[in-house]
Design a protein. Structure first.
Length: 192
């Protein structure tokens, strides 16, 4: 007889002996209910899924220590506790971000995502530039080299290096403007 036909108490006993099939069956039987509990409190599907996964991992890790009279009650209580822990953790992160950066964690995360997207977009534009233009831009912006250093490195005149950098910046600005991304804060950080 496989664990699929076990009662909850038999599943718990099997779990305590280290039977991996038991945790799989517990997951199969209860994950939807636990997900509903977690989602009801978080209103975030990804966070709810992580909470359920965390509950089941902890159950497996502490299988020989836990005392379970009712598996459904134990899992529901553990899920609610994990939700509270996750909410507290998120609030703590937001408080820290607010005190350090003057922004909520959500705002900070959005800005990081936008900055990464913008950087990747700019990298795509740079890769399409002519070779010398691209090299001058990379030496200047990624490696922080001066125009005289670039001209020596590439064996070109300083005016030529300046012209390549000016062309690269113009192409990037025009590309950003064409898609409506002219946010000076990011541009100043990325395209000094």
């Amino acid at each position: 007889m496989g664990v699929k036909n076990y009662s909850d108490s038999d599943l718990v006993s099997s779990l305590k002996t280290g039977n991996e099939a038991a945790i799989g069956e517990i997951y199969r039987r209860y994950w939807r209910k636990l997900l509903a509990i977690a989602f009801n409190h978080t209103k975030d599907k990804v966070a709810a899924e992580e909470i359920v996964q965390e509950v089941l991992i902890k159950l497996w890790d502490k299988r020989d220590q836990v005392k379970i009279d009712s598996l459904p009650n134990y899992l529901a209580t553990a899920t609610k506790f994990s939700v509270l822990t996750a909410i507290h953790r998120q609030k703590r992160r937001s408080d820290i971000a607010l005190s350090v950066y003057g922004k909520t964690q959500h705002d900070f995360d959005d800005e990081k995502i936008y900055a990464r997207f913008l950087q990747e977009y700019i990298n795509g534009i740079v890769e399409k530039l002519p070779e010398k233009c691209r090299l001058v831009f990379k030496y200047s912006r990624e490696e922080g080299r001066s125009i005289p250093q670039i001209s020596v490195e590439m064996n070109i005149a300083e005016k030529t290096a300046e012209a390549h950098l000016t062309k690269a910046l113009k192409v990037i600005r025009l590309s950003l403007r064409s898609i409506g991304m002219v946010y000076l804060v990011f541009l100043l950080n990325i395209i000094r």
